[in-house]
Design a protein around this ligand. Structure first.
Ligand SMILES: Nc1ncnc2c1ncn2[C@@H]1O[C@H](COP(=O)(O)OP(=O)(O)OP(=O)(O)O)[C@@H](O)[C@H]1O
Length: 358
């Protein structure tokens, strides 16, 4: 397994990129540690596949370098990079048995038969495929075929990295949660460097130790699932992660303090100097109903079981609050909303400018 370094990567599919938007990857510097579990998370078109293809060697970056354990592999084709990939759709041989499919990547490299049998048994057990090892792949369901694809990706223990590209796309919704946690378990057993590409926050947050959040060809934050939830470094992360996402309220910043409609709002800590469009960011989990809070008008209250989601208008901005199951609010009622100060942050042009008090 390897440490993977992306060094000042830029990529454009155009012959002569000029404007900022001509770059599919604007500039990316990342160090993926040996043995880590990483996710690349972002909406469609943000550049995830381009980045994955640059790591695998299918796409040669316009600028910058890809290093595996410090060795420059930028010019090497995929078959010389020693990587394993699991794609959206199963890639297996229908005429072979499950056992033969799992053994294939090892047999191809001349691994000794005893070692192949042991490794196939190990992977089959991890993926709960033991009972079907002698069945032909042709008769299996899409879910089962994709599990075999994953097994083929994991069976070699000498690859630099295992890359998963939206691997749960074909999986039946009721099995998804099971495979999601299975993949996490597999990582802790196999300890390979793994990169998992997805636009689904639950998949990314379940699988990865570190999540790389991308937007429009840029990395907006790299962090643990807790970091991304607790302290989004960019409003995009706040909005994209969480359900509902972070509330963002346009505010005024002056003399190191934040004001909503002229009233000061208690925030987490001091503000870094910044200019541009300023907003207060606070997650619905940290908004509560309080008579002395910011004036708001109730839009609706949705009961979603363990808690309720209150939606209200603060001026022109819609704000969500997650409140207890016993609380109630009438549609159209004038109420107050309080924001927990240590969880209330300020952003300028999207980027976090408030600092946590230590
Ligand atoms: N072969 C190509 N030629 C030209 N432009 C491309 C090509 N592949 C991707 N792009 C463009 O590069 C940008 C990034 O696309 P990319 O496929 O990497 O994003 P993504 O996050 O993987 O999206 P998706 O989840 O939809 O695959 C998009 O604007 C896309 O239109």
């Amino acid at each position: 397994m390897a440490r993977i370094t992306l060094d000042r990567l830029r990529h454009s599919y155009m012959e002569a990129p000029a404007a900022e938007e001509d770059w599919a990857i604007k500039q990316i510097d990342i160090d993926w540690e040996d043995g880590g579990a990483y996710a690349l998370l972002g909406p469609s078109g943000c550049g995830k596949s381009t980045l994955l293809n640059i790591v695998s060697g299918l796409v040669r970056p316009t600028e910058g370098r890809v290093l595996f354990d410090g060795v420059d592999v930028t010019a090497l084709p995929p078959d010389r990079r020693n990587i394993a990939q699991v794609f959206q759709f199963p890639v297996i041989y229908d005429t072979m048995t499950v056992r033969q499919n799992l053994a294939f990547p090892l047999r191809n490299r001349g691994v000794e038969p005893g070692r192949i049998a042991a490794r196939v048994a190990e992977i089959a057990e991890m993926l709960e495929l033991e009972t079907m090892l002698d069945r032909r792949a042709a008769g299996l369901s899409a879910d089962e075929k994709q599990k075999i694809s994953m097994g083929r990706g994991l069976v070699r223990d000498d690859v630099a990295v295992v890359m998963f590209d939206e691997p749960l796309t074909v999986i039946d919704p009721h099995l998804k949660w099971k495979l999601r946690s299975k993949l996490k378990e597999l990582h802790s057993e196999v300890r390979a460097t793994m990169i998992y590409v997805t636009h689904d926050q639950t998949e990314a947050l379940t699988f990865a130790d570190q999540v790389v959040v991308m937007q429009e060809g840029e990395v907006v934050q790299i962090g643990t699932p807790v970091d991304l939830f607790e302290r989004p470094g960019h409003t995009f992360v706040g909005h994209f992660i969480g359900s509902p996402g972070m509330n963002l309220l346009p505010c005024e910043v002056r003399d190191g303090a934040a004001f909503l409609d002229g009233a000061p709002i208690a925030i987490e800590g001091p503000l870094k100097p910044a200019s541009g469009r300023t907003e207060i960011g606070v997650r619905p989990e940290y908004v509560s109903v309080a008579s002395d809070g910011v004036p708001a008008r109730v839009l609706r209250l949705a009961d979603i079981g363990r808690h309720k989601v209150l939606e209200a208008m603060v001026g022109e901005t819609r704000v969500s609050a997650i409140i207890g199951p016993e609380e109630s609010a009438e549609e159209g009622a004038e109420i107050g909303l309080a924001f927990r100060p240590d969880q209330t942050r300020v952003y300028a042009d999207g980027w976090l400018i408030s600092e946590a008090r230590t």
